[in-house]
Design a protein. Sequence first.
Length: 201
Amino acid sequence: MPLHRRSFQRHGVRELSLVCDLGPGERLEDSLEAILAALREEGAIDAVTRFAGFGSLAAHERSAAFLSERLGTLEWPLFWTVGQSCKGAEAAGFLVRAVPGAEVTTIRLDGRPVGRSYQDTFARVVDLADPFRGREAGDPARDARETFEALTRALKQAGMSFDDVIRTWFYNDDILAWYGCFNQVRSSFFRSQGTFDKLVP
C-alpha cells in the first residue's frame, strides 16, 4: 500500500498531492488511515481541495462512512469514479490534493459539500465534484441538464459563472449509449451561455 507524497510551491501557495494505490488483500480502511495521518502531519486536514477515489460503489460507501467516522462532518466532497481495480483490490486507489496554509472554503448545494475554493496569487481556484453523489443514473438527457444547472448554482456561490470554467470532466454511466443525449444537452447549454464564443472548457 504505497503512499506517494509530493509537495511544491506554485502561485503563492504550497500544493500537496497524495496518491495511494491498493494491492490485493489490502484494506480500504488502512489506506484511508494512512492518508489521514499524512494530512495531519502536513497540517492539511482543513485544506483538502480534492479527495478522489476509484473503485466500486460499495467501496465508495465504506470510504465515506470511514471518513465521516474519523472526521465528523466532511467539509470536502468525496469524488468517486466507479470501476474495478486491475489488481483485484477493493478499490484502485485514492488521489488527494490540498493547499496547506491557504484559507479553503466549502461550496455546498442543498447542505451537502460539492466543492472547495481557495485563492492563490493570481486567481480564485474552484474545484467542483458530482453534485448528485449517490443518486442512481436515470434519463441521460435529464441527468445531464440537471447536472449543468447544479454546477451553475455552485459556481454562482463562488462568485463565478461558466465563463470562468477552464476544464470539465464528465463521467457518464454508459458513454456509448449516453453520448448522443449528453452531447446535445451540453451543446445546448454551451450555446445558452455563449460558451462557444469564448473559452470552451
